[in-house]
Design a protein around this ligand. Structure first.
Ligand code: GDP
Length: 371
């Protein structure tokens, strides 16, 4: 507050001729800018990096969750801390089997994850369930990995469920999940499930960060092979036909034969693994043990022939390049000057006064100059 009494400073009175006391300036608040206040508010609960790392290595789920939140944050400060945590956790990661699970909505992914997940934790395994949900950007909320959908596992102290990061491009979301795997493994989770919905590109992202890819399918009415993207089937290490129960049991057995025949058409895998087809019922918990024993067989084979390590190395290199591309793209599109110019050039491209390629050239030239 301004001190009104300053105007009446006694040395300004008539008796003090020749001397003038100027009004002092108002002292600003120690923190006066809204953005600084926001920054302080946001970072109020930040801990030193070593506290996160120590907590994670001790298997502290609260600190693990906090660190994952930093990984998912768009704030530069949070990202800096997250990267340091990841760096320190990296030597303690890798000791797991990473399993991608996909299938169309309604196929029974969460029910299946509950069943297989509980099977694993009962045997003493520790399981982290992560998700990549390509629709969450639009729906502003994750539909996958939702705790309420997995009641048994969410109450299981050997399971950690984390919904899909909800903001950003598929590439960005996938990178965050990839980084989260590192933290979960460092926290002692030796089984990682990555769930995704079987509708598009997200399978490729999940495939690129997992050791084993499981495709859940349903037995249809004689049209088993329709509507399944060839690429997704080709990625699968195992197809499990779910809901093989009740009236659906026979149909599921039939579908199994059809899928087996279809898989024969694909080229041999580099891993030497021959993908199989099984039936199961996630609800009745039938066939879950057979699915697990296939995964175990895969792990044994690929450990022996070296493919397990080779694939992980290839994935590490892939993620290095993905991260570079993601950063370059983000820097480019976030640049304020570029933002303005893009709008202008889009209009010109629409008006056909500049070609798309020339417009891209101009933007890249501007970017190279200002960066
Ligand atoms: P998601 O969308 O793939 O995660 O599928 P959900 O796990 O939410 O399951 C969708 C519906 O299918 C739910 O009503 C489940 O109870 C049901 N469901 C899941 N697995 C089975 C199964 O093995 N047999 C039967 N009959 N129903 C199942």
């Amino acid at each position: 507050m301004k001190d009104k009494t300053r105007h009446q400073h006694f040395e300004n009175e008539a008796g003090f001729q020749g001397l003038k006391v100027n009004e002092g300036i108002e002292q600003p608040d120690a923190v006066n800018h809204e953005s600084v206040k926001r920054f302080l508010r946001k970072n109020r609960n930040l801990l030193p990096v070593n506290e996160y790392v120590d907590g994670i290595l001790k298997g502290d789920i609260t600190l693990l969750s906090k660190a994952v939140t930093l990984v998912e944050s768009a704030s530069v400060k949070h990202q800096e801390i997250a990267q340091e945590i990841i760096k320190q956790c990296l030597p303690h990661s890798g000791n797991s089997i990473r399993i991608g699970i996909t299938g169309v909505p309604g196929v029974g992914k969460s029910t299946f994850i509950e069943a297989l997940g509980s099977y694993i934790t009962k045997q003493g395994g520790k399981l982290a369930v992560l998700a990549i949900d390509p629709s969450s950007e639009r729906s502003k909320g994750s539909i996958l990995g939702d705790k309420t959908r997995m009641e048994d596992l969410s109450g299981d102290k050997n399971a950690y469920i984390r919904p899909s990061p909800s903001a950003g491009s598929l590439g960005g979301v996938a990178r965050k999940t990839r980084e989260t795997i590192v933290l979960c493994e460092a926290a002692g989770f030796n089984h990682i499930f990555i769930e995704t919905v079987g509708v598009g590109q997200s399978e490729t992202a999940v495939h690129s960060m997992t050791d084993f890819f499981l495709l859940l399918m349903l037995a249809g009415a004689g049209d088993e092979l329709q509507g399944i993207k060839r690429g997704i089937m080709e990625m699968a290490d195992l197809i499990a036909i779910n809901k093989a129960d009740g009236n659906n049991f026979e149909k599921a057995q039939l579908a199994k034969i059809q899928y087996k025949n279809a898989l024969h058409l694909f080229p041999k895998k580099e891993s030497d693994w021959v993908p199989g087809v099984l039936t199961c019922s996630a609800v009745e918990k039938n066939g879950i043990d057979s699915v697990w024993s296939e995964i175990e067989k895969y792990r044994k084979l690929t450990n022996e022939n070296g493919w397990f390590a080779t694939k992980r190395n290839e994935q590490a290199i892939y993620w290095m390049h993905e991260t570079i591309q993601e950063h370059l793209k983000m820097n480019f599109y976030r640049n304020p000057e570029i933002k303005i110019m893009i709008e202008e050039l889009e209009q010109k491209v629409l008006g056909q006064s500049v070609s798309s390629f020339a417009a891209a050239g101009i933007l890249l030239e501007i970017y190279n100059r200002i960066k």
